[in-house]
Every structure is written in C-alpha cells, then in structure tokens.
Ligand binder design. Structure first.
Ligand code: CUA
Length: 152
C-alpha cells in the first residue's frame, strides 16, 4: 500500500538525516586542515620523500617548498631560511599528536594532525625573522615548542 511505501521512504530520509548530522559534527575538524596529500599512516611518513629529509627545496624561480615534521616538542627543521620575494609552500605533518604550525606575524596558523599533511602557501616580500610556534596543547613542554623562519 501507499502507506507502507511512505513509511519506508520516511525511514530512509531519517537515516539519511542522522548520517548528515553525524558527518557535519565530524567534518569541521577535518575541513580545517588544508590537506593536500590525503591521509597517510603516521608511521609511514618516512615513505613520503618530502618528510624523509625535511627542509627547504628550491622548486622554481622564487618558489620554495618547505617540508616540516612536528613532533613533541620540536619542529624538524627547527630553522627555515628563504630569500625575500619568494613564495613558500609549507607541507607540515606530525609524527605523534596534534600540534599547530604557526608563523607569528603571518597568516600561517594551521593545525598539524598525525597522518595528514597541512599545506599553506605564503609570499614573503621583506627580509625578516619570524617565530614559529605551536598553538595546540601537546603535552608538558608544549610551551617550549618553537622554531624560526628567516627571510633574508
Ligand atoms: Cu606542539 Cu604544542
């Protein structure tokens, strides 16, 4: 009968609605990450050649890539140097817990989640020194987790 059909349709809609709400609640944490590389197993970060030997790579005229690994309570490398008037794409991942990669005085402020790669591209016009710091509580020495970015 029509009644049974409509009951079945209603059930499908309700289940669909619950699924949407659940996805919405879980989604924002993932959506905050500018995730270029998709999910990877934190234990296999070394298989990604960018993180095998983290650091700055010159990839084009005025273009650089900086691979950074966050791990309690350091960044590797702890110091990054790029020339002025360059465009730098940061690829940052974590080997343990959630950290952040924040470059003081810029708009670089991203969560760094184990198994994910956070990507940000920034232009650095003027020479200067920028502090890199962790804004996500990551344990006893969270407050000591810092690095340095030199634009020369
Ligand atoms: Cu890493 Cu706080």
């Amino acid at each position: 009968t029509y009644e049974k059909t409509w009951l079945a349709v209603s059930m499908v809609l309700i289940v669909g609605f619950i699924a949407t709400v659940t996805y919405g609640a879980v989604g924002p944490g993932i959506a905050m990450i500018d995730d270029d590389g998709g999910s990877i197993d934190p234990d296999t970060i070394n298989d990604d050649e960018r993180f095998n030997d983290p650091g700055v790579t010159h990839v084009g005229e005025n273009e650089y890539e900086a691979a950074v690994v966050a791990q309690a309570w350091t960044y590797t490398p702890s110091e990054i140097t790029v020339p002025a008037n360059s465009t730098v794409t940061f690829y940052v991942t974590s080997r343990d817990v959630t950290h952040s990669f924040t470059v003081a005085g810029t708009n670089v402020n991203t969560m760094v989640v184990p198994g994910q790669i956070s990507e940000m591209t920034v232009e650095f016009d003027e020479p200067g020194e920028y502090g890199i710091l962790c804004n996500e509580y990551c344990g006893a020495y969270h407050h000591t987790m810092e690095g340095k970015l030199n634009v020369v």
